[in-house]
Design a protein around this ligand. Structure first.
Ligand SMILES: Cc1cc2nc3c(=O)[nH]c(=O)nc-3n(C[C@H](O)[C@H](O)[C@H](O)COP(=O)(O)O)c2cc1C
Length: 290
């Protein structure tokens, strides 16, 4: 049974659908004939064919009327506005003691799901943590993970063994042990240098056996950060939480992560206590032009 149909009364045979289909499902042999549908099972439901057809001649079961919208170019930000958004986004680690409204979090997740994903798998799923006790437990479990890792790396025999199996990764972590000490010490003295008392933590996860699940999750996080920025919220990437989730099962268990899933990205967010009035130049990019 055909999934996609082309209305021959309205199709102008312009070939745009065939040119933009990433899976070679729509094929136009020459410009005077209607596009053909071949190996439809390879369709990734990206919707490009529907979005590009200016005659609405393509019917796709995943993009029924009501799920397709016209692009309003007047509402798109200019390059200058986009550049300003990108340059002025900073990690925010000082938050007001104020929860984030559910409607705002929903808008952030809505922005996150428009990130690209490998083969349009849209694999990213979200856990929103706002419960204060759960936030505290996640921070404590992350501190415990950092403390355990520091101890393991302090054992010369274990360190040598770990370096043998994962040299680059362990060398990267060895540079951070001073930071681990700081975070553990802060926790001992009652300061939260993991979540910085953020009122909300967004965990982004996906199935381990989905191609590019990790990349998809982190692209979603970046979209979420920019959505936060445009909503006047502050955020920072909670990398230590993400590392703890990757190498220790305590946090995934605490948040009842589905079987076969992994947390790949973590974002703390909240209402910022302060606003930065300046942005600074970044180091010049190292670029090789070929
Ligand atoms: C992969 C990754 C992990 C990070 N982990 C943490 C973290 O655990 N804690 C933290 O406070 N900031 C973390 N950050 C934020 C960085 O420190 C921050 O992005 C960087 O210093 C640049 O500052 P900016 O975000 O204000 O531009 C992380 C960022 C990335 C991309």
């Amino acid at each position: 049974m055909s999934r996609i149909t082309i209305n021959r009364d309205s199709c102008e045979r312009c070939g745009r659908c065939a040119s933009t289909c990433p899976s070679g499902v729509l094929v136009q042999q020459n410009e005077n004939i209607f596009p053909d549908l071949v190996h439809e099972e390879l369709c990734i439901s990206c919707g490009h064919c529907v979005a590009i057809c200016h005659k609405d001649a393509i019917n796709h079961p995943d993009y029924l009327p009501g799920s397709v919208y016209l692009v309003d170019r007047e509402r798109l930000p200019s390059f200058d506005q986009t550049a300003e958004l990108l340059r002025t986004r900073r990690s925010i680690r000082a938050f007001k003691d104020q929860s984030v409204a559910k409607t705002l979090i929903e808008r952030i997740i809505d922005g996150a799901r428009y990130a690209p994903s490998g083969h349009n798998s849209q694999s990213s799923e979200f856990v929103v943590v706002q419960d204060k006790d759960t936030l505290k437990r996640i921070a404590a479990l992350t501190v415990a993970y950092l403390s355990k890792t520091k101890k393991q790396l302090g054992n010369p025999l274990l360190r040598r063994m770990l370096l043998m199996v994962a040299k680059d990764e362990i060398r990267g972590v060895l540079h951070l042990t001073g930071d681990f000490d700081r975070i553990v010490k802060d926790a001992d003295e009652g300061r939260d240098s993991v979540l910085y008392n953020a009122p909300c933590l967004l965990l982004v996860h996906g199935a381990r056996d989905t191609n590019f699940s990790e990349v998809n999750a982190n692209l979603a996080v970046q979209n979420a950060m920019l959505a936060c920025q445009s909503l006047g919220l502050g955020s920072f990437y909670a990398g230590y939480v993400a590392s703890a989730c990757k190498r220790d099962n305590s946090i995934p268990l605490l948040v009842s992560l589905p079987e076969g899933h992994q947390i790949f990205g973590a974002l703390c967010l909240g209402h910022p206590k302060f606003r930065y009035s300046k942005w600074m130049a970044r180091t010049a990019p190292k670029v090789q032009w070929l």
